[in-house]
Design a protein. Structure first.
Length: 338
């Protein structure tokens, strides 16, 4: 490895990227957004600064999310994003390059996986290890994946929702769908457009979801004032929306996630299903914090459901634990050569 080299873990999320440095923990968490000058190709900002530019840029500047539905949609922008953020957390050296563990959604194609690998090497990695997000999330959530007893993790991110049944350090059954946080945000945008004839941005929709969103009909109805553009007049307008509005807006997408959760359970061997009934399902990912989401899954599956500690960080923590333990690293990752 070399004395000056670093081991780095990257949770390459559709909405946020988190970086774990061995011995230091999670050192960075920022939005997966890059602002680029379209004329010169120069990177003007990444992360938080770039996200602030979304919807506010002149014609010669574009603020893009280079990952879509859990995979790379813009290779060059993703490379710039990773390079910039890694350079913030470790000092660049001519004599060493970092060893990098990077997460991928379960079930992506070989082409998509090679794109992730290629970005990692282009960003300056010496060695690249690929780790499946559901495995990282389970480890980061504290599940003892190496035990013979079965366990189940549901990781709801920005681009994908992943469900996995684990036993003896491996994945027994797993499903992945491209319905997650970003889709819920688009659902809210479309619902407000159809019901109120008001157009809002996805960033505003995300904030609404966090503030008053609920996966089920809430006992306490919350309200929120929302500013948008009236599609008839073209002028700014403020409306009041309720928790019931947001629950209705997200209903179809949440039902699709539930359908795949049930399908995963249906394909689980009976002995492992009994273990899950005893130990419960663990929820991870930023979208797992949606109010009453755990209650909805419990109602629909009959399984006990618990929310992992700091669910948004589970994948990054799991990658970090692999970096800290060579045994975990060997069991849960695959080395990829250039």
């Amino acid at each position: 490895m070399g004395i000056m080299s670093k081991d780095i873990g990257v949770d390459l999320g559709t909405s946020n990227i988190r970086i774990y440095v061995k011995g230091r923990g999670i050192v960075l968490s920022e939005p997966s957004v890059v602002a680029i000058n379209k004329i010169t190709g120069e990177v003007l900002a990444v992360g938080n600064q770039a996200k602030e530019m979304v919807g506010r840029t002149p014609d010669n500047i574009v603020a893009v999310k280079p990952l879509k539905d859990g995979v790379i949609a813009d290779f060059d922008a993703t490379k710039m994003l990773i390079q910039n953020l890694i350079s913030r957390v470790i000092q660049k050296s001519l004599f060493s390059k970092p060893r990098l563990v990077i997460s991928i959604p379960f079930g992506i194609t070989d082409v998509e996986e090679r794109a992730v690998q290629g970005v990692a090497y282009k960003a300056g990695a010496k060695d690249v290890f690929i780790m499946e997000e559901v495995m990282a999330a389970a480890i980061g959530a504290g599940i003892k994946v190496e035990q013979p007893e079965g366990s189940m993790i549901i990781d709801i991110g920005g681009g994908t929702s992943e469900m996995a049944v684990l036993s003896l350090g491996g994945i027994v059954v797993s499903k992945s769908i491209k319905v997650a946080g970003d889709k819920l945000d688009r659902d809210i945008v479309e619902y407000i457009k159809q019901k109120f004839n008001i157009l809002i941005g996805e960033g505003e929709a995300e904030e609404i979801k966090k503030q008053i969103g609920s996966a089920t009909s809430a006992m306490t109805e919350e309200k929120m004032s929302v500013k948008g553009r009236n599609l008839s007049t073209g002028l700014p307008q403020t409306i009041t929306i309720t928790t019931a509005d947001i629950t209705e807006a997200m209903k179809d997408s949440l039902n699709e996630i539930l359908r795949v959760i049930k399908l995963t359970l249906e394909e689980t061997p009976p002995e492992i299903a009994a273990d899950i009934m005893e130990r419960g399902i663990v929820l991870s990912g930023a979208q797992a914090e949606l109010k009453n989401f755990d209650m909805l899954i419990n109602e629909q599956t009959g399984m006990p459901v618990s929310l992992a500690e700091r669910p948004a960080e589970c994948v990054a923590r799991g990658i970090g634990m692999a970096l800290e333990s060579i045994e975990i690293l060997k069991k849960t990752t695959v080395a990829r050569k250039k």
